[in-house]
Design a protein around this ligand. Structure first.
Ligand SMILES: [Zn+2]
Length: 443
């Protein structure tokens, strides 16, 4: 068992810089934004830590944050419930076991030869318009499935489908403008699965009804007169349904907290059983990360694992300006320099710095499939020759390339929790030594 008096890590602070990994750009002298950024504090951690690359699944696979995080928290993607579930939980939408939750948002559609075409995927709506349009499509029943649209801010909402539904259906959002919408269809293998067939049919009927409701809405007459695009459709993505999973504490044998922000992370934390503290959001990446690190410091004695999330590198990359992403990274490095000191000085703390996926700040992709650089910094970690935190130097580090659940296993190992494989203290195969097993009592 862990000896808490010895100077070796027994807990982990994970700083997750969302979408940090990137590609090289001519305007940055053929470097990535992280390579080009001046990051003396991250470099110092790389120099005194172990370095490597990480991909949550397979090299080349472009992952959304929710899938990558789920794996990083020690879970198999076969247990992944779908992002719709996380966002629903994050918005306090209660789901029954046979409900399906989908992400949805208002769009402007064209119709060409009876096909819906996405004209504007991010239309601007006033608060009044959002309230009225949401009201017009709030409830519908088809195929004995009750459908509810729950607005969640801006043009977005959760679509909740109730009673014997299935999430095994295609999206309807084509993601790219001027492209036809996708018809809701059962996924491969579910073509004759009754709940799936009914869900796809009900969703199709509802979305056609939404178009009718919206096209005839008086506020669209106003928009037409103002020469603004019509809000005449709803598109859906990433259907999800609850799945039974072991809570984080039982799964990994450690008490965990997530300091992040937004409904997705709130819902993800609640789903996997991490405590949650909502981080502050401003227009300053340095202040935001500093504030989250300060929050972590105040509760550090209560946890074995804290996930601190910064969405900033991902957000910056989505502007498709490599130079802006570089600036954001430099700001985050400053926060690390000032606010990470107490953690760095604590011999019982392992600091892990990495990302969930790469987000290219150039080119057409949303996210991309390159691995991301990772630092494991703490007493006992194998120090390597890497002296700079970036995608290229990390590749020559002592951690090599980590994939999938190797991340959480490596983390648990580094905080001296790793149990010998094959030792079964609990009915589920917990990767760490635990005292939380059923004591053997004399009958
Ligand atoms: Zn992400």
């Amino acid at each position: 068992m862990t000896d808490f008096n010895s100077p070796s890590p027994n807990r982990c602070l994970l700083i997750l810089l969302d979408g940090l990994g990137d590609r090289s750009y001519e305007e940055l002298n053929f470097q990535t934004p992280l390579q080009a950024a001046h990051t003396p504090n991250l470099d110092q951690l790389a120099k005194t830590g172990a370095n490597g690359l990480f991909h949550a699944t397979f090299l080349g696979e472009a992952l959304p944050s929710e899938n990558a995080h789920f794996v990083m928290f020690g879970y198999d993607l076969s247990d992944f419930p779908g992002r719709g579930v996380f966002e629903a939980l994050g918005e306090n939408v209660q789901l029954a076991a046979d409900d399906t939750a989908l992400l949805s948002h208002f769009v402007s559609l064209d119709i060409a030869e009876d096909t819906f075409i996405l004209k504007d995927g991010k239309p601007e709506l006033t608060a009044n318009e959002i309230a009225s349009f949401s009201g017009a499509i709030a409830e519908y029943t088809a195929q004995k499935i009750q459908i509810e649209f729950i607005p969640t801010g801006g043009i977005r909402g959760i679509l909740k489908l109730q009673h014997q539904t299935s999430p095994a259906i295609t999206d309807t959002d084509p993601f790219f403008e001027e492209q036809p919408l996708i018809e809701p269809l059962p996924l491969e293998g579910y073509e004759s699965h009754q709940p799936t067939v009914a869900t796809a049919a009900a969703l199709k009927e509802y979305l056609v009804w939404c178009h009718q409701q919206l096209i005839n809405h008086p506020l669209n007459d106003v928009r037409r007169r103002q020469n603004r695009s019509l809000i005449n459709g709803l598109v859906t993505q990433r259907a999800g349904q609850l799945k039974p999973i072991l809570p984080f504490g039982q799964k990994n044998g450690i008490r965990g907290l997530s300091i992040s922000s937004g409904p997705m992370y709130r819902g993800l934390a609640s789903y996997v059983g991490l405590d949650f503290l909502e981080g502050h959001n401003s227009d300053n990446p340095e202040i935001d990360l500093k504030q989250r690190l300060a929050m972590a410091e105040t509760v550090w004695n209560e946890y074995d694992f804290i996930h601190i999330h910064s969405k900033w590198p991902d957000k910056a990359a989505h502007t498709k300006k490599p130079g802006f992403k570089k600036q954001v990274i430099e700001a985050l490095d400053k926060a690390v320099g000032s606010s990470l000191v107490p953690f760095v000085q604590d011999p019982n703390t392992l600091i892990v710095i990495t990302a969930d996926h790469s987000t290219p700040s150039g080119g057409p992709l949303v996210h991309s499939g390159e691995p991301v650089p990772v630092i494991f910094h703490g007493t006992g970690m194998r120090r390597d020759q890497v002296s700079s935190y970036d995608e290229i130097n990390a590749a020559s580090g002592s951690l090599g390339l980590m994939r999938g659940k190797e991340f959480m296993l490596t983390l648990l190992n580094a905080i001296n929790r790793a149990k010998l494989r094959g030792i079964m203290q609990t009915p589920h195969d917990c990767p760490v030594w635990t005292t939380d097993y059923q004591p053997f009592r004399r009958p």
